[in-house]
Design a binder for this molecule. Structure first.
Ligand code: GTP
Length: 346
């Protein structure tokens, strides 16, 4: 219900940064409003403390005023302050006029919990400290004046009410803590996904592939793919067209390689393929099929798009020199007319 009210009036859902504060505030106002109406009814019925009838009437009005400033005026701070002053103020008045009869002094425990929850750590602690000073003054000035407290039905109702309020706040705190953790986990997952994905092509990026290579323990077949004369595509048909070509090439490469390995964008118009199977497999045929697929694809441009590929074995214990060897194979493919595959088995 709290979620629905927040969504309806404040357009706030679980991902909002103030969600936790708002749920606690709204739940507290609603709970205290019901308690306050109950106490007002009780005091009107018994007629014992006319001053409390006035204070609780003011309290009920302030509860509605807090609700109004929160949901209609959308003034969260004002609602928090108004509500906190009202709750702790009424509790203080009750302690003042009822004294230690009916275990009323236990109402003081509400102050630190509400103040820290509603005003935050710093302001809440300050408010709580001032409240403690006022409470201490009240108690010390009545030592020897207040008589012993009898435990009766009213005491029991009062203690139960305090217990329920503290319990509800503790539950809200725990629920919202779990919700915040869930949101944090989800956003960390999204961030990790973004950090390892190339924004243009949607392929894995170089960082992702480098991580795999660094943790690799076996020799793997690795290939570097470079789009031929890509600068001309950009120069002749524009950068947007160039981007579209890169995206399509990424798609064709992923389709061709499938589950045989990882396709990543290495940077610019360069891609990389890390094959996962054993070195006995015929990866060269797979790469040639991929090249043929790209060459025959209709990019709707007046020129053909082709890719050159340099490939070789990636040795995990010789990381840098493996990549240099594969890069040299790519260079050889480029210098021997492009649109071909050169493999170095060094
Ligand atoms: N549209 C587009 N162009 C890019 C992107 N990244 C790099 N480029 C361009 O890719 C081109 C690469 O040019 P070169 O390194 O000269 O290579 P090339 O023209 O493909 O020539 P060869 O490699 O010898 O075949 C440059 O014009 C870059 O601006 C990108 O994300 N989008």
């Amino acid at each position: 219900m709290i979620n629905k009210i927040l969504q309806h009036y404040l357009n706030v859902d679980a991902s909002h940064e103030q969600y936790r504060h708002l749920t606690i505030l709204l739940a507290s106002i609603l709970t205290v409003t019901v308690c306050m109406i109950g106490f007002l009814g009780f005091n009107i019925n018994t007629g014992r403390y006319p001053i409390l009838i006035v204070a609780e009437s003011v309290g009920v009005i302030l509860c509605f005023a807090s609700l109004y400033s929160l949901l209609i005026k959308k003034q969260v701070k004002l609602a928090s302050f108004m509500f906190l002053f009202m709750v702790t103020g009424i509790c203080f008045l009750v302690m003042m006029f009822v004294g230690n009869r009916s275990y009323s002094l236990a109402l003081s425990v509400i102050a630190p919990i509400f103040s820290v929850f509603l005003l935050g750590f710093r302001l809440g602690s300050l408010f709580s400290l001032l409240y403690l000073i006022a409470f201490s003054w009240l108690c010390i000035s009545h030592i020897g004046v207040w008589k012993e407290a009898a435990f009766n039905t009213i005491s029991f109702i009062q203690m139960t009410m305090i217990y329920v309020i503290v319990f509800i706040l503790a539950c809200f705190y725990e629920f919202s803590r779990i919700a915040s953790h869930r949101l944090l986990r989800e956003s960390n997952k999204k961030l990790a996904e973004l950090a390892s994905t190339d924004a243009l092509t949607g392929l894995r990026n170089r960082r992702y592939l480098e991580d795999i290579l660094l943790n690799e323990s076996e020799n793997r077949f690795f290939a570097m793919v470079d789009v031929d004369d890509f600068k001309k595509v950009n120069d002749q048909y524009g950068h947007d067209e160039g981007d579209a070509v890169l995206k399509k090439i990424a798609e064709l490469m992923s389709d061709s390689i499938g589950s045989s390995g990882v396709v990543a964008r290495w940077g610019g118009e360069e891609f990389a393929l890390l094959f996962s199977g054993s070195l006995e497999e015929n990866f060269e045929d797979k790469i040639r099929a991929m090249q043929a697929r790209i060459e025959s694809y209709d990019f709707k441009l007046p020129r053909n798009i082709t890719v050159s590929v340099g490939a070789g074995i990636f040795h995990p214990d010789n990381h840098k020199s493996s990549l240099l060897t594969i890069d040299s194979a790519l260079y050889e493919a480029k210098s021997s007319g492009k649109n071909c595959l050169k493999v170095s088995y060094d």
